[in-house]
Design a protein around this ligand. Structure first.
Ligand code: SF4
Length: 285
């Protein structure tokens, strides 16, 4: 099925479920030339600051291998990674392979994953996905986006995440609610839908940065650029962000961006449990 991205000034680009087609590369999506240059430059500066703020961007779902990550990602829909990490050790202890989960009793799986929410749908999906992996892919999570998105409950976001983290394959960018919000606030996209956001981001960043930038945007959104109360005055991107002044209520940034970046890395490393103020960063230069 093809998804048209038209309806605005972007009539030339069409996303299929598995990739891009149309005139990608012939233009810059929604930007005029001068806007595109400004956005390109902002993206470059954002990437540079993120390198210091999120030194080693990682997926926060605990897992061992592609199949466990796939299952954990399906469970993470409408649920926090922290909650999924509480559930998966028992689930994988009981069902340690795709074949085992494919044959599982659905009510037992429902009980094990209940606290992740919408557990009936999720139980069905992870059992069916495991069965498809066994029946169609020899027990291995496939390595191509067009194949992995054939699994029940797996769309582009999950496919890109698993391929990137488990196999190091940059099939696209992971756009969840955090990444989409951050990208829009930073003026890197105007798209509201994940497919449109991914299209714009993959044009702004080189493919070799896609995996790293995906995790960075998610982590920045989770710990700094929060939905309800973004921490703009301690955000290392303040000076680059077109939303900063409005969302900070006019508060200026605190200290140098490098100190704010170091503070963010401390927060990310502690998974939000050790949120030091920017002034406490180790290197105030
Ligand atoms: S300055 Fe505020 S809105 Fe902009 S990226 Fe940082 S936290 Fe988000």
């Amino acid at each position: 099925m093809q998804v048209s991205l038209g309806g605005d000034a972007r009539p030339h680009v069409t996303a299929t479920k598995h990739g891009w087609s149309g005139l990608l590369g012939a233009g810059r999506g929604w930007c005029s030339n001068s806007e595109a240059m400004e956005t390109d430059e902002r993206a470059k500066q954002v990437k540079r600051r993120f390198k210091r703020a999120v030194v080693e961007p990682k997926c926060e779902l605990d897992h061992d291998g592609a199949w466990q990550l796939l299952i954990a990602t399906i469970l993470s829909a409408q649920c926090t990674d922290a909650r999924v990490n509480m559930v998966t050790p028992k689930l994988f202890a009981r069902f340690s392979t795709p074949a085992a989960l494919a044959l599982a009793d659905v009510s037992e799986v429902e009980t094990l994953i209940k606290s992740t929410g919408t557990f009936r749908v999720k139980a069905k999906r992870i059992i069916e996905a495991s069965a498809t992996i066994v029946e169609d892919f020899g027990g291995e999570v496939p390595r191509r986006l067009e194949e992995i998105t054939r699994l029940p409950g797996v769309a582009r976001k999950t496919g890109n995440l698993v391929l990137g983290v488990a196999y190091g394959i940059a099939s696209g960018m992971v756009v969840d609610t955090h990444a989409g919000r951050v990208a829009r606030r930073l003026g890197l996209t105007e798209a509201q839908d994940p497919v449109g956001v991914e299209r714009d981001l993959t044009q702004l960043f080189h493919a070799r940065s896609w995996i790293r930038m995906s995790h960075t945007l998610v982590l920045h959104g989770r710990y700094v650029c929060k939905s309800a109360k973004p921490r703009c005055s301690t955000c290392p991107l303040y000076e680059l962000c077109p939303s900063a002044e409005q969302l900070s209520g006019g508060q200026p940034p605190k200290g140098r961006w490098t100190a704010r970046a170091d503070a963010e890395w401390t927060t990310v490393q502690s998974r939000g449990n050790n949120e030091l103020p920017a002034s406490a960063a180790r290197d105030p230069s």
